[in-house]
Design a protein around this ligand. Structure first.
Ligand code: GAR
Length: 187
């Protein structure tokens, strides 16, 4: 699931195709027609469905489209790789312990929107990214993995976000592998 650039989506595809992730990206869903992620899917030859949130009155209806699409694709795990919409219990309940989110802060600090701006405003000297399982608690589900980056005096949103992004691309495939391993262990 992606809303914007899709660099994390591409990192997952690359990790599957070139290692270290033993898996396959079967399906992308984007909510913004024409977004970078959609273009990347075309280049990478991954099926992409557009589920435009503007066409749905209720969040649950958008999530219904996501569930149908992923069920039809036969996925084991669903990754919110830069998904900028709030998801509802409908989606969360359809993929228990199988829905993963990547967030650009060291959770539990700086939940919600503009996490990078929040970190800068707070004056922290260390930030990073968190991959976690999604629960009904926004950005509050069990943490799978985190990576840290320094915050430099001269940082602005762009420079800090770029440093975090580089770590996300490394972290997210590892977190997906961890989530898959946990599911296997649970039988
Ligand atoms: C990533 O930094 C991700 O952590 C963030 O959106 C960016 C998407 O980048 N997600 C959130 O803020 C979710 N609350 P990308 O489209 O290049 O992967």
């Amino acid at each position: 699931m992606a809303s914007g650039e899709g660099s994390n989506f591409e990192a997952l595809v690359t990790a599957c195709r070139q290692g270290p992730l033993r898996g396959r990206v079967l399906q992308l869903v984007v909510n913004n027609p024409g977004c970078g992620a959609q273009r990347r899917a075309k280049r990478l030859n991954i099926p992409c469905t557009v589920a435009d949130h503007r066409l749905h009155r209720r969040r649950e209806d958008l999530d219904g489209v996501l569930i149908e699409t992923f069920t039809a694709a036969g996925v084991d795990l669903v990754v919110m790789a830069g998904w900028m919409r709030i998801v509802t219990p409908r989606l969360i309940g359809a993929f228990p312990s199988r829905l993963i989110n990547i967030h650009p802060s060291l959770l539990p600090s700086f939940r919600g929107l503009d996490a990078v701006g929040q970190a800068l405003a707070a004056g922290v000297t260390l930030s990073g990214c968190t991959a976690h399982l999604v629960t009904e608690d926004l950005d509050g589900g069990p943490i799978l993995a985190q990576a840290t980056v320094p915050v430099l005096n001269e940082d602005d949103r762009m420079t800090l976000a770029a440093r975090i992004h580089a770590q996300e691309h490394r972290l997210l495939p590892l977190a997906v592998a961890l989530a898959a391993e946990r599911l296997r262990d649970q039988g």
